[in-house]
Design a protein around this ligand. Structure first.
Ligand code: BJ8
Length: 423
C-alpha cells in the first residue's frame, strides 16, 4: 500500500484510476519541468508541492479538519474573497480543473460543447479522482459565464455547493449587489465555521493575501529582465501552486525564489539567450496541470514573460486597501478590489484591453498569444477587440483555440514557430 492510500480510500477516491492519473501527471511533469536546464534551488519547493500534489497538502488539510476543526472551502474563480475565508479560520483551495477526467460520465450530464475547464471539475468529482474536492466542506461557485453557472446546478447535486452572484456590469447598483454578496458569503462562512469574522481577523487576513499578491508582483517585475531569469512554465506553476498551498508558506517561498532570481539577473544569467522573442499569454485561466501551451511555446524558440489571466496577473494585479479600521470599511475595500477584476464575463469590459496593452509594454513583450479554451464564449468574443487594439499598438498577436487534449500539439508548434519567426 502507498503512503497515502489509506487517506485517499477514506476520501472515497478510486484508487486504481487515481494511481494511473498520478503516473501520467508525474511523467508529464518530468518532461515539461524537470527537463529544464539550470533551474534554481527555489524551484525544489514547487517540485515537492507538485510531486506531493494529492499527498502532503491533502494530509495537512485533513489534519487541520480533524485536529483543529477547521473547514475547507473549494473555489473555481478568483472572485471568491480568500480574505474572508482566512478571517473565518477556514482554508481556501482553488480546485484544479486543468486536465481531462471522467469525460464520458460528464457528457451524460452537461453538453459536449462545454469548455474543458468546466468538464474537468465535473469529471474529477464524478470519477472520484480529486482528494481536494473530497476534502471540501463547501464549494463556492459564482455566476460568471453561462457554462459555469449552469454546470453548478448539476454539480450542486453531487457536492456541497454555494453560489455567489457576480454582477455582469460595474455600476453603483452592481457594486451594491456585489457588496451584499460579500456580506452573504461572510455570514455563510460564520455559520459554517462557528467563528465570527472580526475587524481584527479580517485585517490580518487582508495582509496575508496582499502579501501573497505582492510576492507574485515582485516575481513578475523580475521577468522584465533580458535574458529572462525564469521560464514562463515555472512562473505559471508558481501561480498555480498559489491556489492551494498555505498562503504564508507560499509567500515566503516565492520571496526566497525572487532573492535567487535577483542574484541570477545580477550575474546576467537567464533561461534563454538574450534577445529571445518574448511572448505574453492572454486569456483563459490555465489551471494545474494545464501546461501544454507554455511548453509548446517555450519549445518553439520563445520565452513567456507574463500571463494576463486569472492564473496570472488578473489574480494579483490589485491589492486590497489596508487602511480600513472598521469591519464595514474593510468589506468596502474588498468589494472595490474584487470589482476591479476584468473578467470577460463583464460588459462592457474595456479595462481589460487597456490592461493587456499596459502589460505588453511592462513586460516588453514582442507578441501576444490569446489563449482561448474551445467553447469559451466570453474570451472568444473579446479576442477580436483585443486583437484590433494590439494591431493598433503594432504588437503582433495570434489567437490559439485549444483544449486539454494532446492531439493538436504538433499543429500548435508549427503555428507558434511561424509566429515567433514573425515577431
Ligand atoms: S474571473 S476568467 S476564474 S470566471 S474558460 S469556465 S469563462 S467558458 S474561467 Fe474564469 Fe472567474 Fe472569469 Fe477568472 Fe467559462 Fe470560459 Fe470556461 Fe472560464
Amino acid at each position: 500500500m502507498g503512503k497515502y492510500d489509506a487517506m485517499w480510500e477514506k476520501l472515497n477516491i478510486d484508487l486504481p484510476a487515481h494511481e494511473g492519473l498520478m503516473e501520467v501527471l508525474g511523467k508529464f511533469y518530468g518532461d515539461i519541468y524537470l527537463s529544464q536546464q539550470g533551474r534554481l534551488q527555489g524551484m525544489e519547493y514547487l517540485d515537492l508541492v507538485l510531486s506531493e500534489i494529492h499527498g502532503l497538502r491533502v494530509k495537512e488539510l485533513q489534519e487541520a479538519k480533524q485536529l483543529q476543526g477547521r473547514k475547507v472551502i473549494g473555489t473555481f474563480c478568483v472572485f471568491v474573497p480568500e480574505e474572508l475565508t482566512i478571517a473565518a479560520n477556514a482554508i481556501q483551495i482553488g480546485l484544479c480543473s486543468g486536465a481531462d477526467a471522467g469525460k464520458e460520465q460528464v457528457e451524460k450530464l452537461i453538453p459536449r460543447n462545454t469548455c474543458a475547464l468546466i468538464k474537468s471539475f465535473m469529471g474529477f468529482k464524478l470519477a472520484r479522482l480529486c482528494p481536494f474536492t473530497e476534502s471540501c466542506d463547501l464549494i463556492v461557485g459564482e455566476t460568471t459565464c453561462d457554462g459555469k453557472k449552469k454546470a453548478y446546478e448539476t454539480f450542486g447535486k453531487i457536492a456541497p455547493m454555494y453560489v455567489m452572484e457576480v454582477p455582469q456590469r460595474k455600476s453603483e447598483q452592481d457594486r451594491a449587489l456585489w457588496k451584499a454578496e460579500i456580506l452573504r458569503y461572510k455570514e455563510t462562512l460564520e455559520k459554517l465555521t462557528g467563528n465570527t469574522i472580526t475587524a481584527q481577523s479580517l485585517k490580518k487576513a487582508i495582509v496575508i493575501v496582499n502579501n501573497k499578491r505582492k510576492a507574485i508582483q515582485r516575481l513578475n517585475k523580475l521577468r522584465v529582465a533580458d535574458p529572462v531569469p525564469i521560464s514562463g512554465r515555472d512562473a505559471l506553476l508558481i501561480n498555480q501552486v498559489g491556489f492551494y498551498d498555505d498562503p504564508e508558506r507560499f509567500t515566503n517561498q516565492v520571496n526566497l525564489l525572487c532573492d535567487q532570481l535577483e542574484e541570477k539577473i545580477a550575474r546576467g544569467e537567464g533561461v534563454a539567450p538574450q534577445g529571445t522573442p518574448r511572448l505574453l499569454m492572454s486569456g483563459c485561466p490555465m489551471a494545474v496541470p494545464n501546461w501544454k501551451l507554455p511548453y509548446v511555446t517555450e519549445s518553439s524558440g520563445a520565452v513567456i514573460v507574463g500571463e494576463e489571466s486569472c492564473v496570472g496577473t488578473r489574480n494579483i494585479r490589485d491589492l486590497v486597501d489596508e487602511s480600513g479600521q472598521t469591519l464595514d470599511e474593510m468589506i468596502d475595500a474588498l468589494t472595490d478590489r474584487y470589482l476591479k477584476i476584468d473578467c470577460a464575463c463583464f460588459t462592457p469590459n474595456s479595462e481589460r484591453v487597456d490592461n493587456i496593452l499596459n502589460l505588453a509594454k511592462e513586460t516588453r513583450a514582442d507578441g501576444v498569444l490569446q489563449y482561448t479554451l474551445l467553447f469559451c464564449q466570453p474570451y472568444a468574443q473579446e479576442n477580436f477587440r483585443v486583437e484590433k487594439s494590439l494591431q493598433d499598438a503594432e504588437i503582433p498577436s495570434m489567437v490559439i483555440e485549444t483544449d486539454y487534449g494532446m492531439e493538436d500539439v504538433e499543429q500548435l508548434k508549427t503555428r507558434i514557430e511561424a509566429f515567433v519567426e514573425m515577431v
